[in-house]
Design a protein around this ligand. Sequence first.
Ligand code: GUN
Length: 296
Amino acid sequence: MPAKLLKGAEVAKEIREELKAEVRQLQSKHSVVPGLVTILVGENPASQSYVRAKQKTAHELGFYSVQDNQPADLDEEALLGLIDKYNRDPKIDGILVQLPLPKHVNENRVLLSIDPGKDVDAFHPVNVGKLMIGEPDYLPCTPAGIQELLVRSGTEISGAEVVVVGRSNIVGKPIAVMLMQKSRGANATVTVCHTRTRDVKYHTRRADILIAAAGVTEYVKGDMIKPGAVVIDVGVNEVGKTPDGKRILKGDVAFDEAVEIASAITPVPGGVGPMTITMLMKNTVRACKVHNKIKD
Ligand code: GUN
């Protein structure tokens, strides 16, 4: 029997409806609106597309949202100045600097300059550290989306063998930390594979939950998956364009093979992607409540 599809797009829609109601209440009861700024430096088409999607969702939820486009040659000091302005702007609860940044800009210095209380991506070292010790204020968006999808689909995480392929700061490392925590929706035994792992298939074939975040199109083949495993595909690889210019996307998992072996799998698109954006919105609503001292 083919695997059940874990449709992040549908779960994300449900969560967005909940958030929409929350935003309405914030406005009517407390006269505040969550504010989000997304800063895009340069014209990377994939980044433009991500930022557009984030802004569209923010608008739909009734946020105050600002799209700040900057030229590719913006110097680092100017970007730091811009972030400082938003750090001090009371209308802005969340600041997102879309990555990657141009090569002449020191990414870590930029992330460090964001007020940790407005760091809705949870990339600031303070937020990374809090996550590591199990006391996060904000969860990083893609890992949070993955965990939410697993929990809502009824996947048993506690005691499960989880294998993560990829060790990025945005996905691989934080999802590994989150799923190994002593907390609800976690308590897994986690293995992280990367480019220097000797025998990736040996590890992936042991996984009850396999998370593919390698950034390589269709890297995970059917014979790397344990029958009945839950497969989460984080890959967003552009493999071409439709005649009307839309991006054609493929994941890090060879879907047609995997769907015959796994018990559940996320599609690409419509799996993890919409969950990521929704978790960003959730973080921004939370930031708004904290900034305005509003209790849950
Ligand atoms: N680039 C790729 N993923 C992300 C993300 O989640 N946040 C930001 N800011 N940039 C990204």
